[in-house]
Design a protein around this ligand. Structure first.
Ligand code: AMP
Ligand code: ZN
Ligand code: FE
Ligand code: FE
Length: 281
């Protein structure tokens, strides 16, 4: 079993890299990619820690991009952090995240929620905090009972506490990942468009601009959605990947490598990704 979509405390996961690797080992997993939002800190750490471990670890990232006011997440695999323009783009995104967090807190204060930046939970890269951290501060302060509740009432796009972050386009994301030697893969495609025709059009557009893969096996996919993505992947010659989007306590229903208990991703997916990456470059 493998998991190619995992968050650590360098973004909005609640586990450190050593904790994630240990958990993967305990579960007998044979492959993993840590894919923090807009952050590459995990890459050298994972490389060092897995040298003497029986697990195939590949460098990863999940880049936040925006298209027509829709959040589009672009996974990147086999990134070389020292190569290309990716780190430069991510520095911009992290700065914009930091500014946005300050603005969201101010907005929430105006709405009567007494929280401050200092009340946000600690993580391993303090400027790379996001909505889940703000949600947790609101939970801790007793305003809400679940993450879902906070997002539904306040933090989802369009709600009173929501503030846009300055972003980059999916095409810029694809190009940045490519410049750093990675293969760009569209994350959780059904979050982009629920409508299958619109989704296919969008995928075709990304393929024209260098998309290399599509996340096919995903926790929240129904069987029919997985089948649809498989067809799209075949039609547009995209490699299929999969992951749980594990966030630890920030997404309590999701477990590493398993989603809601029904997601099993075979090691062959990782092998195909390696082949696709070599062909892609
Ligand atoms: P941000 O990058 O700060 O805009 O936050 C986006 C992140 O918030 C996503 O990657 C998810 O991890 C998380 N998120 C979005 N919607 C929800 C939700 N309804 N419940 C829990 N977490 C969510
Ligand atoms: Zn996240
Ligand atoms: Fe995502
Ligand atoms: Fe994710």
């Amino acid at each position: 079993m493998i998991d190619l979509h995992v968050h650590s405390r360098f973004s909005d996961g609640s586990f450190t890299i050593p904790e994630l690797l240990q958990l993967a080992q305990e579960k007998g997993m044979s492959g993993i990619a840590i894919t923090d939002h807009d952050d590459l800190h995990s890459i050298p750490i994972v490389q060092k820690l897995t040298q003497n471990m029986d697990i195939d670890a590949i460098p990863g990232v999940e880049v936040s991009t925006v298209y027509n006011q829709i959040d589009i997440h672009m996974l990147g695999y086999f990134i070389d952090p020292k190569k290309g323009i990716l780190q430069e783009k991510l520095d911009f995104l992290i700065d914009s995240r930091y500014q946005r967090n300050l603005e969201m807190i101010k907005r929430l204060n105006d709405l009567g929620y007494e929280i401050s930046y200092e009340m946000l939970p600690q993580n391993d890269f303090a400027r790379n905090l996001g909505r889940p951290h703000i949600a947790e501060a609101l939970l801790k302060a007793g305003y809400f009972n679940t993450f879902d509740e906070v997002f539904k009432k306040l933090l989802s796009r369009g709600k009173a506490g929501y503030v846009d972050k300055e972003g980059i386009t999916p095409i810029e994301g694809i190009e940045a990942i490519r410049s750093s030697g990675g293969i760009p893969v569209l994350a959780h495609p059904f979050y982009c468009y629920r409508d299958r025709r619109l989704l296919e059009e969008f995928v075709a557009y990304l393929v024209d601009h260098g998309l290399g893969g599509i996340e096919t096996y995903y926790v929240h996919h129904t069987r029919s959605e997985t089948e649809f993505i498989k067809e799209i992947a075949q039609k547009y010659h995209l490699v299929t990947t999969g992951g749980s989007d594990f966030h630890g306590r920030y997404k309590p229903a999701i477990d590493l490598g398993t989603g809601r208990g029904s997601l099993y991703i075979d090691h062959s997916i990782l092998d195909q990704l390696k082949v696709a990456h070599e062909q892609y470059l």
